[in-house]
Design a protein around this ligand. Sequence first.
Ligand code: SAM
Ligand code: DTB
Ligand code: SF4
Length: 325
Amino acid sequence: MNVHVRADAALPRHDWTPAEVEALFELPFAELVFRAAEVHRRWFDPAEVQLSQLLSVKTGGCAENCGYCSQSASFKTGVAATKLMDAETVVSAAAEAKAGGAQRFCMGAAWRDLKDRDLPKVAAMISGVKALGLETCATLGMLTAGQAQALKAAGLDYYNHNLDTGPDYYSTVVTTRTYQDRLDTLAHVREAGLSTCCGGIVGMGETRRDRAGLLHSLATLPAHPDSLPINDLMPVPGTPLAGSDPVDGLEFVRTIAVARLVCPKSVVRLSAGREHMSRELQALAFLAGANSIFIGAQLLTTSNPDKNTDAALLADLGMRPMTMN
Ligand code: SAM
Ligand code: DTB
Ligand code: SF4
């Protein structure tokens, strides 16, 4: 392989075929991780990691039936439904997150779609968080084009809306919405000028082909996601997918590496699931191109490594918070 071929391999492409993405998964592990690490270095400082923190601003009682989710009203998971938090409560949680080192604050609501009646309160929390000097992210379910514009006007930087899995496995995971519904909201988000955060989950009983299908869908979007979260399923008792066979750690790292290769400029987040990963597995994921994590001991409803555990991990790996533009 000469230098020119390597440089080309790092350029973003939107014409990936499913077979090409599957072929990357089939590479010998060390070759795959090496290629991903090379591409990672072309666009990023590999010692830098972007730090986001989540808050569930409206928990539970959701009308969708996503088979992995603790917050669906369809499953008995013991997660109590709450009302939408007040903006002041959210802003003070964001201030704490900032003091703890978070760079981006992500507000999640267990909604199928955003209702216009909730927009003023959501806009107030977004502008309050933005005024703290944090990047803002929200994940509120489906949006209309007008709602995406209103969120942008309120100071929203990122909108998270995951494709979750490959198109062929989607209807096994959720039946109350379609892949196309997700793609439509993502189009509204992009057209409003918001940055996109879009990825998926592994460990839901899907095949490698489905994982490749997810990454193929992401890599062939009109614009690659700005942030690309790869979640390892947090199994929640009471949800249909809680008993799925866990994905092997090396296969998880392969998924991160392929994400890095097919979306070279995306910030790939080693997202949910770090709680049950060894330090060594997380280190491999960083080597394979992950450069973002959620910090804080709570994700939305499930747990995440605490502050001291993560501080020690990043110090031992010689990693530091990503420089912000
Ligand atoms: N209701 C909105 C939606 O679904 O778009 C926003 C919140 S939802 C909880 C955000 C994302 O979290 C989901 O798309 C899914 O990818 C991820 N997620 C939810 N439950 C999870 C779990 N148990 N393990 C891993 N990821 C999960
Ligand atoms: C994403 O991809 N993962 C985050 C965020 N986007 C909203 C959510 C993870 C949730 C894990 C399960 C829970 O805590 O309920
Ligand atoms: Fe609702 Fe989002 Fe959970 Fe699906 S993932 S049940 S849409 S909160």
